[in-house]
Ligand binder design. Sequence first.
Ligand SMILES: C[S@@+](CC[C@H](N)C(=O)[O-])C[C@H]1O[C@@H](n2cnc3c(N)ncnc32)[C@H](O)[C@@H]1O
Length: 366
Amino acid sequence: MITKTPDVTRVTNRHRSSEATSQEDQCCGTSPTVVSCYDLLDLVFPVCGLTDLTDGMYHGDPAVSYQQAQRNQAEWLLDQVKCSANSRLLDVGCGYGRLLEAARQRGAQALGLTVSPRQVASCRQRGLDARLLDYRELDGSWDGEFDCIVANGSMEHFVQPRDAALGWQEMVYRQLFQDCHRLLDPASPSGRMVATVIHFHRFRPDPQDLLKLPCRFPMLSDRFHLALLERVMGGYYPSNDQLVRCASPHFDLVGQVDGTEDYRRTSEEWLRCVRRSFISWKTAPRLLKRLVPRLLHRPLHTSFAISLLFTASWQWQFRGADPPMRLLRLVWQHRNATLPPLHESPDDDRCHTLVGPSSFASQQFA
Ligand SMILES: C[S@@+](CC[C@H](N)C(=O)[O-])C[C@H]1O[C@@H](n2cnc3c(N)ncnc32)[C@H](O)[C@@H]1O
């Protein structure tokens, strides 16, 4: 049973103190932009009838509906981690809980983490176990508590452009996989982890460009889209086999599927649906009622987000014959064997000294 009840009302805030002196404080915790992103999406998406925040699985079939594709994705992910009755599943970034619900239907015990209070409330209303918790806060007392882990569209938020500019991207991923490895029960018949993650594909942008205002770049250029997305969503993607490399001390890659076309279809559906909702007499008043106060409270973030309806920057990522990004679904098997030491690189050194699980996590729980 997953019985632990940590403080569920807390999300560590990245850069929470302007006087943060240690590098830990600078590179760990949830980015305020990521929290803002879901604060805003939670106001808009459910009104538009959208309760999924990542790609569905269409299997190349034009007849598959949006809802069916989302169900397909949840079932596929659960199959990959061999989720069955009594499996203990951790969903890192559970959104509105579709996967938690599908796991419950299989008789599994599923725990979801999210940085959005509204997503927690939505899941709990349906009796799902969701907690307002950054994955980095799962301390040593959670070690070995899970049979399998899913991260469906959350890893994109774990590294920020500032981290990448400082050369910390690999450190964050290595620490992530080290944490996931200790959370999994070594005796579990599953020991699997699956993630769907957007990757930089056509080029790897300079992280400094993402920190600039979009208006610094030609309208609708690659760098314009990237800077706008960063303002609204927060995050710097991995590239090529970066995750596989960072996972390798702890996990063996057992499956990889390209889902770029699936994400393109999902994203186009989102855009159509949200645009339609803004001009529908049924939904437009509700959207305005929610967005006007937010516009007054967070004018810049809200305006940038609304502009995505016109620039289609999110959709730009997956459009064209050679899209700038690609979506990979990656399946890993936990390694039970004695672990080799992490490679001796500057990144690894930081990994141990800055974000070691015991030091950082226990600090958060203290
Ligand atoms: C793109 S949404 C995907 C949600 C859900 N998996 C789905 O398919 O609809 C990303 C999710 O990751 C969560 N998230 C982002 N950063 C996180 C972190 N550091 N720890 C835990 N959850 C995080 C967000 O709150 C959100 O629920």
